[in-house]
Design a protein around this ligand. Structure first.
Ligand code: NAP
Ligand code: G4F
Length: 381
Protein backbone atom coordinates (compact mmCIF):
# COMPACT_ATOMS: atom_id res chain seq x y z
CA UNK A 1 0.00 0.00 0.00
CA UNK A 2 1.34 3.42 -0.94
CA UNK A 3 1.39 6.07 1.74
CA UNK A 4 -0.30 9.39 1.06
CA UNK A 5 1.41 12.70 1.73
CA UNK A 6 0.07 16.24 1.55
CA UNK A 7 2.66 18.95 0.90
CA UNK A 8 1.49 22.46 1.68
CA UNK A 9 3.84 24.78 -0.22
CA UNK A 10 4.66 22.27 -2.96
CA UNK A 11 5.53 25.03 -5.46
CA UNK A 12 8.44 26.26 -3.31
CA UNK A 13 12.08 25.14 -3.34
CA UNK A 14 11.65 22.49 -0.64
CA UNK A 15 8.21 21.42 -1.86
CA UNK A 16 9.68 20.54 -5.23
CA UNK A 17 12.58 18.48 -3.83
CA UNK A 18 10.36 16.79 -1.24
CA UNK A 19 7.70 15.85 -3.79
CA UNK A 20 10.35 14.18 -5.96
CA UNK A 21 11.79 12.38 -2.94
CA UNK A 22 8.39 11.04 -1.87
CA UNK A 23 7.37 10.05 -5.40
CA UNK A 24 10.58 8.00 -5.62
CA UNK A 25 9.48 6.29 -2.41
CA UNK A 26 6.19 5.39 -4.09
CA UNK A 27 4.02 7.84 -2.16
CA UNK A 28 0.85 9.34 -3.56
CA UNK A 29 1.59 13.04 -3.23
CA UNK A 30 -1.02 15.77 -2.94
CA UNK A 31 0.16 19.34 -3.09
CA UNK A 32 -1.48 22.63 -2.24
CA UNK A 33 -0.72 25.52 -4.56
CA UNK A 34 -1.98 29.07 -4.41
CA UNK A 35 -4.18 30.55 -7.06
CA UNK A 36 -2.04 33.13 -8.88
CA UNK A 37 -2.64 35.18 -11.99
CA UNK A 38 0.39 33.64 -13.70
CA UNK A 39 1.72 30.06 -13.57
CA UNK A 40 3.55 29.35 -10.29
CA UNK A 41 4.44 25.71 -10.88
CA UNK A 42 7.78 26.08 -12.69
CA UNK A 43 9.60 24.12 -9.96
CA UNK A 44 7.36 21.06 -10.30
CA UNK A 45 6.46 21.16 -13.98
CA UNK A 46 9.23 18.77 -14.99
CA UNK A 47 7.73 15.90 -12.98
CA UNK A 48 4.03 16.89 -12.89
CA UNK A 49 1.76 14.91 -15.20
CA UNK A 50 -1.72 16.05 -16.04
CA UNK A 51 -4.17 14.77 -13.43
CA UNK A 52 -6.27 13.21 -16.15
CA UNK A 53 -3.46 10.73 -16.88
CA UNK A 54 -4.20 7.53 -14.99
CA UNK A 55 -0.69 6.85 -13.77
CA UNK A 56 -0.25 10.18 -12.03
CA UNK A 57 0.68 9.99 -8.37
CA UNK A 58 1.01 13.75 -7.93
CA UNK A 59 -2.21 15.73 -7.54
CA UNK A 60 -2.54 19.46 -7.01
CA UNK A 61 -5.25 21.36 -5.13
CA UNK A 62 -5.83 25.09 -4.89
CA UNK A 63 -5.48 26.33 -1.35
CA UNK A 64 -4.06 28.84 1.07
CA UNK A 65 -2.82 28.69 4.65
CA UNK A 66 -5.00 31.68 5.48
CA UNK A 67 -8.19 29.76 4.61
CA UNK A 68 -9.30 27.20 7.21
CA UNK A 69 -12.34 25.94 5.32
CA UNK A 70 -10.24 25.07 2.34
CA UNK A 71 -7.58 23.32 4.47
CA UNK A 72 -10.25 21.27 6.24
CA UNK A 73 -11.81 20.22 2.93
CA UNK A 74 -8.53 19.21 1.30
CA UNK A 75 -7.35 17.26 4.35
CA UNK A 76 -10.76 15.57 4.60
CA UNK A 77 -10.67 14.57 0.92
CA UNK A 78 -7.07 13.36 0.90
CA UNK A 79 -6.84 11.81 4.41
CA UNK A 80 -3.04 11.98 4.33
CA UNK A 81 -0.73 9.76 6.38
CA UNK A 82 1.73 12.63 6.46
CA UNK A 83 1.36 16.39 6.13
CA UNK A 84 4.41 18.54 5.40
CA UNK A 85 3.65 22.17 6.18
CA UNK A 86 6.29 23.96 4.12
CA UNK A 87 4.12 26.92 3.16
CA UNK A 88 5.21 30.30 4.46
CA UNK A 89 5.97 33.87 3.64
CA UNK A 90 9.59 32.77 3.90
CA UNK A 91 11.57 35.96 3.27
CA UNK A 92 12.98 37.47 6.47
CA UNK A 93 13.51 40.98 5.07
CA UNK A 94 10.05 41.10 3.46
CA UNK A 95 8.49 40.10 6.80
CA UNK A 96 9.41 43.55 8.16
CA UNK A 97 7.28 45.04 5.40
CA UNK A 98 4.40 42.52 5.69
CA UNK A 99 4.38 41.63 9.39
CA UNK A 100 0.64 40.99 9.76
CA UNK A 101 0.38 38.78 6.68
CA UNK A 102 3.49 36.93 7.83
CA UNK A 103 1.81 36.25 11.18
CA UNK A 104 -1.41 35.13 9.47
CA UNK A 105 0.43 32.66 7.25
CA UNK A 106 3.46 31.48 9.20
CA UNK A 107 1.98 31.48 12.72
CA UNK A 108 -1.80 31.07 12.44
CA UNK A 109 -1.49 29.05 9.22
CA UNK A 110 0.28 26.34 11.20
CA UNK A 111 -2.45 26.40 13.84
CA UNK A 112 -5.06 25.99 11.08
CA UNK A 113 -3.34 22.85 9.79
CA UNK A 114 -3.10 21.32 13.27
CA UNK A 115 -6.71 22.22 14.05
CA UNK A 116 -7.95 20.80 10.76
CA UNK A 117 -6.37 17.44 11.59
CA UNK A 118 -7.85 17.54 15.09
CA UNK A 119 -11.34 18.60 13.97
CA UNK A 120 -11.39 15.84 11.35
CA UNK A 121 -10.51 13.19 13.94
CA UNK A 122 -7.26 12.31 12.14
CA UNK A 123 -4.96 12.76 15.12
CA UNK A 124 -4.03 9.07 15.23
CA UNK A 125 -3.60 8.68 11.48
CA UNK A 126 -1.90 11.83 10.26
CA UNK A 127 1.67 12.80 11.13
CA UNK A 128 2.60 16.46 10.73
CA UNK A 129 5.95 18.03 9.84
CA UNK A 130 6.32 21.73 10.61
CA UNK A 131 8.99 23.71 8.74
CA UNK A 132 10.71 25.42 11.64
CA UNK A 133 13.84 27.44 11.17
CA UNK A 134 17.25 28.38 12.54
CA UNK A 135 15.95 31.98 12.48
CA UNK A 136 14.37 31.04 15.83
CA UNK A 137 17.86 31.25 17.38
CA UNK A 138 18.22 34.80 16.02
CA UNK A 139 20.44 36.68 18.42
CA UNK A 140 22.27 33.53 19.33
CA UNK A 141 22.53 32.57 22.99
CA UNK A 142 25.12 29.82 22.42
CA UNK A 143 27.14 28.35 19.60
CA UNK A 144 26.67 25.94 17.94
CA UNK A 145 22.87 25.84 18.26
CA UNK A 146 21.08 22.60 19.06
CA UNK A 147 17.58 21.53 20.15
CA UNK A 148 18.19 22.87 23.67
CA UNK A 149 19.45 26.33 22.68
CA UNK A 150 17.10 29.13 23.80
CA UNK A 151 15.33 31.04 21.03
CA UNK A 152 15.66 34.81 20.42
CA UNK A 153 13.75 35.74 17.23
CA UNK A 154 14.86 38.89 15.40
CA UNK A 155 12.15 39.48 12.79
CA UNK A 156 8.38 39.27 12.34
CA UNK A 157 9.12 36.10 10.31
CA UNK A 158 11.04 34.49 13.17
CA UNK A 159 8.45 35.60 15.75
CA UNK A 160 5.67 34.01 13.66
CA UNK A 161 7.71 30.82 13.27
CA UNK A 162 8.24 30.80 17.04
CA UNK A 163 4.47 30.61 17.56
CA UNK A 164 4.29 27.85 14.94
CA UNK A 165 7.07 25.93 16.67
CA UNK A 166 5.39 26.03 20.08
CA UNK A 167 1.87 25.31 18.85
CA UNK A 168 3.28 22.23 17.09
CA UNK A 169 4.82 21.10 20.39
CA UNK A 170 1.62 21.97 22.26
CA UNK A 171 -0.64 19.90 19.99
CA UNK A 172 1.73 16.98 20.44
CA UNK A 173 1.51 17.27 24.22
CA UNK A 174 -2.17 18.24 24.49
CA UNK A 175 -3.71 15.86 21.94
CA UNK A 176 -1.04 13.20 21.50
CA UNK A 177 -0.57 14.22 17.90
CA UNK A 178 2.47 13.13 15.90
CA UNK A 179 3.48 16.73 15.19
CA UNK A 180 7.18 17.49 14.80
CA UNK A 181 9.47 20.43 14.13
CA UNK A 182 12.42 20.26 11.79
CA UNK A 183 14.59 23.22 12.81
CA UNK A 184 16.36 23.58 9.51
CA UNK A 185 19.32 25.86 8.92
CA UNK A 186 19.58 27.67 5.56
CA UNK A 187 19.45 25.37 2.59
CA UNK A 188 19.93 26.33 -0.99
CA UNK A 189 19.87 24.93 -4.53
CA UNK A 190 19.41 26.05 -8.13
CA UNK A 191 15.68 26.21 -7.28
CA UNK A 192 16.18 28.77 -4.49
CA UNK A 193 14.02 31.91 -4.72
CA UNK A 194 15.86 34.65 -6.61
CA UNK A 195 15.85 37.21 -3.79
CA UNK A 196 17.60 35.07 -1.18
CA UNK A 197 21.24 36.04 -1.01
CA UNK A 198 22.79 32.86 -2.46
CA UNK A 199 20.61 32.82 -5.57
CA UNK A 200 20.89 36.57 -5.94
CA UNK A 201 24.67 36.06 -6.08
CA UNK A 202 24.67 33.03 -8.41
CA UNK A 203 22.34 34.79 -10.87
CA UNK A 204 24.43 37.96 -10.74
CA UNK A 205 27.70 36.10 -11.40
CA UNK A 206 26.14 34.53 -14.49
CA UNK A 207 24.68 37.81 -15.74
CA UNK A 208 27.82 39.87 -15.03
CA UNK A 209 30.13 37.53 -16.93
CA UNK A 210 27.71 37.48 -19.86
CA UNK A 211 27.47 41.28 -19.86
CA UNK A 212 23.80 41.28 -18.82
CA UNK A 213 24.34 43.03 -15.47
CA UNK A 214 26.83 45.66 -14.38
CA UNK A 215 26.91 45.62 -10.56
CA UNK A 216 25.46 43.39 -7.83
CA UNK A 217 23.96 45.37 -4.92
CA UNK A 218 23.96 43.63 -1.54
CA UNK A 219 23.53 44.32 2.18
CA UNK A 220 25.48 42.81 5.09
CA UNK A 221 28.42 40.86 3.67
CA UNK A 222 29.61 39.77 7.11
CA UNK A 223 26.52 37.78 8.13
CA UNK A 224 27.34 34.10 8.57
CA UNK A 225 25.09 31.17 7.77
CA UNK A 226 25.33 27.39 8.02
CA UNK A 227 24.40 26.63 4.39
CA UNK A 228 23.31 23.16 3.26
CA UNK A 229 21.59 21.75 0.17
CA UNK A 230 17.78 21.45 -0.09
CA UNK A 231 18.03 17.96 -1.58
CA UNK A 232 19.79 16.69 1.56
CA UNK A 233 17.44 18.59 3.87
CA UNK A 234 14.13 17.28 2.51
CA UNK A 235 15.36 13.76 3.28
CA UNK A 236 15.52 14.78 6.93
CA UNK A 237 11.87 15.91 6.82
CA UNK A 238 10.79 12.47 5.71
CA UNK A 239 13.01 10.74 8.28
CA UNK A 240 11.56 12.89 11.08
CA UNK A 241 8.07 11.58 10.30
CA UNK A 242 9.25 7.94 10.08
CA UNK A 243 10.75 8.01 13.58
CA UNK A 244 9.02 5.94 16.27
CA UNK A 245 8.13 8.95 18.41
CA UNK A 246 7.28 12.54 17.49
CA UNK A 247 10.22 14.83 18.23
CA UNK A 248 12.02 18.00 17.14
CA UNK A 249 15.37 18.01 15.30
CA UNK A 250 18.03 20.52 14.29
CA UNK A 251 19.21 19.96 10.71
CA UNK A 252 22.49 21.65 9.75
CA UNK A 253 25.94 20.99 8.29
CA UNK A 254 27.97 22.23 11.29
CA UNK A 255 30.00 24.61 9.10
CA UNK A 256 29.37 28.33 8.78
CA UNK A 257 30.43 30.78 6.05
CA UNK A 258 29.92 34.50 5.49
CA UNK A 259 28.02 36.09 2.61
CA UNK A 260 31.45 37.42 1.54
CA UNK A 261 32.82 33.82 1.41
CA UNK A 262 29.88 32.82 -0.80
CA UNK A 263 30.54 35.78 -3.08
CA UNK A 264 34.26 35.09 -3.43
CA UNK A 265 33.72 31.42 -4.23
CA UNK A 266 30.89 32.13 -6.67
CA UNK A 267 33.08 34.49 -8.74
CA UNK A 268 36.07 32.10 -8.46
CA UNK A 269 33.91 29.42 -10.11
CA UNK A 270 34.28 31.40 -13.36
CA UNK A 271 37.91 32.39 -12.78
CA UNK A 272 37.35 35.82 -11.22
CA UNK A 273 39.14 36.83 -7.99
CA UNK A 274 37.45 39.64 -6.05
CA UNK A 275 38.95 42.25 -3.76
CA UNK A 276 36.95 44.45 -1.42
CA UNK A 277 37.56 48.09 -0.55
CA UNK A 278 35.82 50.74 1.54
CA UNK A 279 33.87 50.13 4.71
CA UNK A 280 30.28 49.64 5.92
CA UNK A 281 27.69 50.93 3.49
CA UNK A 282 30.52 52.38 1.37
CA UNK A 283 32.09 48.98 0.80
CA UNK A 284 32.42 47.66 -2.74
CA UNK A 285 34.13 44.82 -4.55
CA UNK A 286 36.14 44.84 -7.79
CA UNK A 287 37.86 42.32 -10.00
CA UNK A 288 41.40 41.69 -8.75
CA UNK A 289 42.37 38.98 -11.21
CA UNK A 290 40.90 37.02 -14.11
CA UNK A 291 41.95 33.47 -14.93
CA UNK A 292 41.21 33.82 -18.63
CA UNK A 293 41.63 30.12 -19.44
CA UNK A 294 39.07 29.12 -16.83
CA UNK A 295 36.67 31.93 -17.78
CA UNK A 296 36.88 31.03 -21.47
CA UNK A 297 36.33 27.36 -20.69
CA UNK A 298 33.22 28.03 -18.58
CA UNK A 299 31.84 31.03 -20.51
CA UNK A 300 33.09 31.05 -24.12
CA UNK A 301 30.91 34.09 -24.89
CA UNK A 302 32.00 36.11 -21.82
CA UNK A 303 31.64 39.89 -21.85
CA UNK A 304 34.77 41.67 -23.13
CA UNK A 305 33.98 44.49 -20.68
CA UNK A 306 35.21 42.34 -17.81
CA UNK A 307 38.58 43.65 -16.74
CA UNK A 308 40.77 43.93 -13.65
CA UNK A 309 39.65 46.87 -11.52
CA UNK A 310 35.99 46.77 -12.67
CA UNK A 311 33.58 47.29 -9.75
CA UNK A 312 31.09 44.43 -9.62
CA UNK A 313 29.80 44.61 -6.01
CA UNK A 314 28.28 47.56 -4.12
CA UNK A 315 26.91 47.53 -0.61
CA UNK A 316 23.56 49.32 -0.24
CA UNK A 317 21.86 50.46 2.93
CA UNK A 318 18.43 49.28 1.75
CA UNK A 319 19.44 45.62 1.87
CA UNK A 320 20.28 45.77 5.60
CA UNK A 321 17.57 44.59 8.01
CA UNK A 322 16.26 46.57 11.01
CA UNK A 323 17.53 43.73 13.20
CA UNK A 324 19.99 41.18 11.84
CA UNK A 325 20.87 37.60 12.65
CA UNK A 326 24.65 37.93 12.60
CA UNK A 327 25.68 34.29 12.64
CA UNK A 328 24.21 30.83 12.72
CA UNK A 329 25.95 27.50 13.20
CA UNK A 330 24.00 24.30 13.77
CA UNK A 331 24.73 21.14 15.69
CA UNK A 332 22.76 18.30 14.07
CA UNK A 333 24.27 15.51 16.14
CA UNK A 334 20.85 14.42 17.46
CA UNK A 335 19.53 13.93 13.89
CA UNK A 336 22.69 12.07 12.97
CA UNK A 337 22.44 9.76 15.96
CA UNK A 338 18.67 9.17 16.07
CA UNK A 339 17.71 9.41 12.39
CA UNK A 340 21.01 8.50 10.73
CA UNK A 341 20.81 11.77 8.75
CA UNK A 342 23.89 13.51 7.42
CA UNK A 343 24.41 15.96 4.54
CA UNK A 344 26.13 14.88 1.32
CA UNK A 345 26.71 18.24 -0.36
CA UNK A 346 29.61 20.49 0.73
CA UNK A 347 29.50 24.30 0.68
CA UNK A 348 31.78 24.23 -2.39
CA UNK A 349 29.42 21.81 -4.19
CA UNK A 350 26.43 24.09 -3.52
CA UNK A 351 28.13 27.27 -4.77
CA UNK A 352 29.42 25.53 -7.86
CA UNK A 353 26.08 23.89 -8.72
CA UNK A 354 24.16 27.15 -8.31
CA UNK A 355 26.56 29.25 -10.41
CA UNK A 356 26.78 26.66 -13.21
CA UNK A 357 23.01 26.25 -13.26
CA UNK A 358 22.42 30.00 -13.58
CA UNK A 359 25.15 30.26 -16.21
CA UNK A 360 23.39 27.61 -18.30
CA UNK A 361 20.06 29.40 -17.83
CA UNK A 362 21.32 32.83 -18.91
CA UNK A 363 23.55 31.48 -21.69
CA UNK A 364 20.47 29.90 -23.25
CA UNK A 365 18.53 33.16 -22.88
CA UNK A 366 21.40 35.16 -24.37
CA UNK A 367 21.55 32.85 -27.38
CA UNK A 368 17.85 33.50 -27.93
CA UNK A 369 18.49 37.25 -27.73
CA UNK A 370 21.43 36.98 -30.12
CA UNK A 371 19.17 35.23 -32.62
CA UNK A 372 16.78 38.18 -32.63
CA UNK A 373 14.26 37.27 -29.91
CA UNK A 374 13.16 39.74 -27.24
CA UNK A 375 14.24 38.38 -23.83
CA UNK A 376 13.29 39.77 -20.42
CA UNK A 377 16.29 38.61 -18.38
CA UNK A 378 14.87 39.79 -15.04
CA UNK A 379 11.96 37.38 -15.18
CA UNK A 380 14.05 34.32 -16.02
CA UNK A 381 14.04 31.82 -13.15
P1 NAP B 1 9.78 29.03 -0.56
O1 NAP B 1 10.58 28.59 -1.75
O2 NAP B 1 9.55 30.46 -0.31
O3 NAP B 1 8.35 28.28 -0.68
C1 NAP B 1 7.28 28.64 0.14
C2 NAP B 1 6.04 27.94 -0.34
O4 NAP B 1 4.93 28.39 0.46
C3 NAP B 1 5.65 28.25 -1.80
O5 NAP B 1 5.08 27.11 -2.38
C4 NAP B 1 4.61 29.34 -1.65
O6 NAP B 1 3.73 29.45 -2.74
C5 NAP B 1 3.88 28.80 -0.42
N1 NAP B 1 3.08 29.81 0.27
C6 NAP B 1 3.41 31.05 0.66
N2 NAP B 1 2.39 31.64 1.30
C7 NAP B 1 1.38 30.76 1.28
C8 NAP B 1 0.03 30.78 1.75
N3 NAP B 1 -0.49 31.84 2.37
N4 NAP B 1 -0.73 29.68 1.58
C9 NAP B 1 -0.25 28.59 0.94
N5 NAP B 1 1.00 28.52 0.45
C10 NAP B 1 1.79 29.59 0.62
O7 NAP B 1 10.41 28.42 0.78
P2 NAP B 1 11.40 27.17 0.97
O8 NAP B 1 12.79 27.66 0.92
O9 NAP B 1 10.96 26.07 0.09
O10 NAP B 1 11.11 26.82 2.50
C11 NAP B 1 10.07 25.92 2.85
C12 NAP B 1 9.67 26.17 4.29
O11 NAP B 1 10.78 25.97 5.15
C13 NAP B 1 9.17 27.57 4.60
O12 NAP B 1 8.17 27.45 5.57
C14 NAP B 1 10.39 28.27 5.17
O13 NAP B 1 9.97 29.32 6.03
C15 NAP B 1 11.05 27.14 5.91
N6 NAP B 1 12.49 27.19 6.04
C16 NAP B 1 13.27 27.38 4.95
C17 NAP B 1 14.65 27.35 5.08
C18 NAP B 1 15.55 27.55 3.88
O14 NAP B 1 16.72 27.85 4.09
N7 NAP B 1 15.07 27.33 2.68
C19 NAP B 1 15.23 27.11 6.32
C20 NAP B 1 14.39 26.89 7.42
C21 NAP B 1 13.02 26.91 7.27
P3 NAP B 1 4.11 30.32 -4.06
O15 NAP B 1 5.03 29.44 -4.87
O16 NAP B 1 2.80 30.55 -4.68
O17 NAP B 1 4.78 31.55 -3.57
O1 G4F C 1 19.43 34.57 2.01
P1 G4F C 1 18.77 35.32 3.10
O2 G4F C 1 17.68 36.25 2.74
O3 G4F C 1 18.30 34.22 4.15
P2 G4F C 1 17.89 34.31 5.70
O4 G4F C 1 17.49 35.66 6.09
O5 G4F C 1 19.00 33.67 6.47
O6 G4F C 1 16.59 33.38 5.74
C1 G4F C 1 16.54 32.14 5.05
O7 G4F C 1 16.99 31.12 5.92
C2 G4F C 1 16.19 30.92 7.10
C3 G4F C 1 16.84 29.80 7.90
O8 G4F C 1 17.75 30.35 8.81
C4 G4F C 1 14.78 30.56 6.67
F1 G4F C 1 14.00 30.33 7.77
C5 G4F C 1 14.18 31.66 5.84
O9 G4F C 1 12.90 31.25 5.37
C6 G4F C 1 15.09 31.90 4.62
O10 G4F C 1 15.04 30.75 3.80
O11 G4F C 1 19.87 36.16 3.91
C7 G4F C 1 21.04 35.57 4.42
C8 G4F C 1 21.97 36.66 4.94
C9 G4F C 1 21.27 37.67 5.86
O12 G4F C 1 22.10 37.90 6.97
C10 G4F C 1 21.16 38.93 5.04
O13 G4F C 1 21.21 40.13 5.80
O14 G4F C 1 22.42 37.42 3.81
C11 G4F C 1 22.38 38.78 4.16
N1 G4F C 1 22.30 39.58 2.93
C12 G4F C 1 23.23 40.48 2.53
N2 G4F C 1 22.83 41.07 1.40
C13 G4F C 1 21.29 39.58 2.05
C14 G4F C 1 21.63 40.52 1.07
N3 G4F C 1 20.15 38.86 1.99
C15 G4F C 1 19.32 39.06 0.94
N4 G4F C 1 18.18 38.33 0.84
N5 G4F C 1 19.59 40.01 -0.03
C16 G4F C 1 20.74 40.76 -0.01
O15 G4F C 1 20.97 41.60 -0.87
Amino acid sequence: MSKTALIIGITGQDGSYLAQHLLKKNYIVHGIKRRTSLFNTSRIDKFYKDRHEQSTRLLLHYGDLTDSTNLIRIIKETEPDEIYNLAAMSHVHVSFEMPEYTGQTDALGTLRVLEAVRILGLTKKTRIYQASTSELFGKIQQSPQNEKTPFYPRSPYAAAKLYAYWVTVNYREAYNMFSCNGILFNHESPLRGETFVTRKISRAVAKIVLGLQDVLYLGNLNAKRDWGHAEDYVESMHLILQHTIPDDFVIATGISHSVRDFLRLAFLEVGITLEFYGEGIREAGRIANINIDLLEQKVPNFSRELQVGKRVISVLDEYFRPTEVDELLGDASKARKVLGWKPRYSFEDIVSEMVLSDLALFQKAKLLQDSGHEVLFESIV
